[in-house]
Design a protein around this ligand. Structure first.
Ligand code: NDP
Length: 294
């Protein structure tokens, strides 16, 4: 029986591991789950038919997934698990991690005969629940092809390059999310301050060239409603904009807008709070303009 393991049952990990469990039920496999606070693993097992496991038991898996906040957290878990790993295992890290860490983690795991692929995801919690995530994979082509059929939480799978490329693409994508969100917030705050109805303004923008996922989805559903549902933390977005800036520096690139948005996102995470939803960064734009976006 094929054994798959999933570590990190957070906002993304819970539905991703559930999708793997549905796939395993169809193909005669099993999914072991582990979480730092173990009660979440037991609850997952009860709800989705996975099996809560100890770190030792996870070593039996031929395929290990992680989805943790940062690459530093993945390093910590590799340290706890590495003596239990068996050669031939593939470790697929769905964390939005750091390209440098992908290289060191791959080298460290290869010493034990374990292959590492960086495989961050986009699509958010809704995409994970619908098993419709986009996965961007970094690593050798043959290793990527070998896991393609196992990514049951994916709607789209793209091999973007060698080790670390997946993390780099994810960081740049999220920096662009921050740019679009912040810029749309500035525009709407000044329009609102000038007395324009923001529903009408968004109707125009979303039929015009200024539109983005921020104006079409995030701002109408989360900001105008004042709900800011916490599905993707502002602190995690600030981590991603920081990685994007490291990607810029690694190639000695010039990207002043990405640098600016990193500074603004970090400031928002400090002032508004890292556990607030990422869309709450617009509360800082609101303070700067003494104008709510509603
Ligand atoms: P959450 O904060 O919801 O969950 C984090 C998970 O990691 C929890 O299971 C937590 O365990 C565990 N964890 C944290 N630190 C450690 C550690 N040192 N050792 C072991 N386990 C640890 O995060 P998300 O699910 O939102 O995000 C996970 C990753 O996915 C991040 O890299 C994020 O940037 C990325 N991502 C998130 C998206 C989203 O919409 N939320 C979308 C796309 C990517 P415990 O329960 O014990 O605290």
């Amino acid at each position: 029986m094929k054994t798959t393991a999933f570590l990190g049952l957070g906002a993304m990990g819970v539905p991703m591991a559930a999708a793997l469990a549905r796939h395993a039920a169809e193909t005669g496999g099993r999914v072991l789950v582990w979480n730092r606070h173990a009660e979440k693993a037991q609850a997952h097992a009860a709800e989705y038919g996975t099996q809560a496991a100890t770190l030792e038991e996870l070593g039996q898996a031929g395929l290990i997934f992680t989805c943790l906040p940062t690459s530093a957290d993945v390093d910590e878990v590799i340290g706890q698990l590495e003596t239990h790993l068996k050669p031939g295992t593939v470790w697929v890290d769905c964390t939005s991690g750091h390209p440098d860490a992908a290289h060191s983690q791959r080298a460290r795991l290869l010493e034990r005969g374990v292959r590492f692929l960086d495989a961050p995801v986009s699509g958010g919690v809704n995409g994970a629940v619908a098993a419709n995530l986009t996965v961007m994979l970094g690593g050798p082509a043959d290793e990527v092809e070998a896991v393609r059929g196992e990514l049951a939480f994916a709607g789209k799978i793209v091999h973007v390059g060698d080790t670390g490329a997946g993390f780099a693409v994810k960081a740049v994508n999220n920096a662009l999310l921050a740019v679009n969100l912040w810029a749309a917030g500035e525009g709407l705050a000044v329009l609102g301050k000038g007395g324009v109805d923001l529903g009408a303004a968004l109707e125009v923008i979303n039929a015009s060239s200024g539109r983005s996922n921020a104006t079409e989805n995030l701002i109408p559903a989360r900001v105008l409603t004042r709900e800011f549902p916490p599905t993707f933390g502002l602190g995690l977005l600030a981590k991603d904009t920081g990685i994007a800036l490291d990607v810029v520096h690694a190639v000695k690139g010039s990207a002043p807008v990405l640098a600016q948005v990193d500074a603004l996102t970090r400031a928002a995470a400090q002032l508004i709070g890292p556990d607030e939803d990422h869309t709450a960064m617009l509360k800082l734009v609101e303070q700067m303009n003494a104008q709510e976006i509603r």
